[in-house]
Write a protein that binds this ligand. Structure first.
Ligand code: PHE
Ligand code: ZN
Ligand code: ZN
Length: 331
């Protein structure tokens, strides 16, 4: 009894991926990876660039560019047949009126809703620019995966795509969302996959999840399965990933804090590419992965489409493998 209570009280303590999910030969995975394309993702990059151009050059939340981004993404997901909602949360500060913001959350109508694969990307930009690599790229990659998969795929588990508000403030959207979940809703989440920057102009291929020495670097137990799967799926595109520790600087943080196995991909921001990294990935050593990071020049023209293609494929493969995983995933 005591043991049962202790287990029940652990936040997010649930069925965990004990072994890697379906192998790369899996049919559903192979079809989804085949179907997703950089051209498909590019449509959403262009839509979000146009939105920023029409709303003062940014898509910061709160703001009109963010609102239009929400409407675009929610419309695409509804059209693709997902059960789509825009749950609101409230930002409060002492000196200002409370502000209401929307996340976008879209779930498949098939698959076990007690076993949900969640994949997310922040939908807001900084106020200084349109936020195309950071993070229309992650949004576009996941929208391409979602629309090719459709709202009623033949998967064992449910799949939920989430697009977060106010990452650039204080990770507010994802934090409010995880906070809003009941204990059983958190328990139903098998894993969280984060995509924050997936097409940097001088890109790297970084994967988080299970790497590092400390618990706050590796993420909760099970994260190593997610990270390893992302590395394998990038390898299938021909890209050699570099593993990285988690930090508390993107939307993975709320899920990690809730004890949910987590992985993430990241193509690099305002750090210089090393000689070894340029040898591995091409591009320019001594130049930042994204020289336009958090700037007005973070525009569609800077996107590396091959990198976007690779990350879109890797996210498709990873989502597909976990969505079709039938392991007991005992924890
Ligand atoms: N979250 C940071 C941003 O949006 C960048 C980042 C991405 C940091 C991924 C860590 C991991 O600017
Ligand atoms: Zn940013
Ligand atoms: Zn970001």
């Amino acid at each position: 009894m005591a043991l049962f209570i202790a287990a029940a009280l652990l936040p997010g303590c649930t069925a965990r991926p004990a072994t890697p999910p379906a192998p790369p030969g899996d049919t559903f995975r192979a079809q989804l990876v085949e179907q997703v394309t950089a051209d498909g993702a590019w449509v959403h990059i262009e839509a979000l660039q146009s939105i920023a151009d029409a709303t003062g050059g940014n898509r910061a939340s709160p703001g009109p560019g963010y609102d239009a981004s929400v409407d675009h993404v929610a419309g695409v997901l509804r059209e693709a047949g997902f059960d789509t909602t825009t749950p609101v949360f409230t930002l409060r500060s002492d000196d200002r009126r409370p502000i209401t913001l929307r996340n976008v959350v879209a779930q498949t109508r098939t698959g076990d809703p007690e076993r949900v694969v969640v994949a997310g990307a922040h939908l807001d930009s900084v106020p200084d620019g349109p936020g195309i690599n950071d993070n229309a790229s992650g949004v576009a990659a996941l929208l391409e995966v979602a629309t090719r998969m459709g709202g009623s795929p033949p998967t064992t588990n449910a799949v939920r795509f989430a697009f977060w508000a106010a990452e650039e403030r204080n990770l507010d959207g994802s934090a409010a969302y995880v906070e809003s979940l009941s204990r059983s809703e958190r328990r139903a989440i098998i894993l969280y996959l984060n995509a924050d920057m997936a097409a940097s102009p001088n890109a790297g291929y970084f994967v988080q999840g299970g790497f590092g020495d400390e618990a706050d670097e590796t993420g909760p137990e099970g994260s190593e399965v997610v990270g390893r799967t992302l590395v394998e799926e990038l390898a299938a595109t021909g890209a050699t990933a570099e593993t990285a520790a988690f930090d508390d600087e993107s939307d993975h943080d709320a899920f990690i804090e809730a004890g949910i196995p987590t992985g993430g991909v990241f193509s690099g921001a305002d750090n210089a590419k090393t000689d070894a990294q340029a040898a591995r990935w091409g591009g320019r050593a001594g130049v930042d992965f994204d020289p336009c990071y958090h700037s007005a020049c973070d525009r569609a023209e800077g996107i590396d489409r091959r990198v976007l293609d690779d990350f879109t494929d890797a996210l498709a493969g990873t989502v597909a493998r976990f969505a079709t995983a039938t392991d007991p995933l005992a924890h």
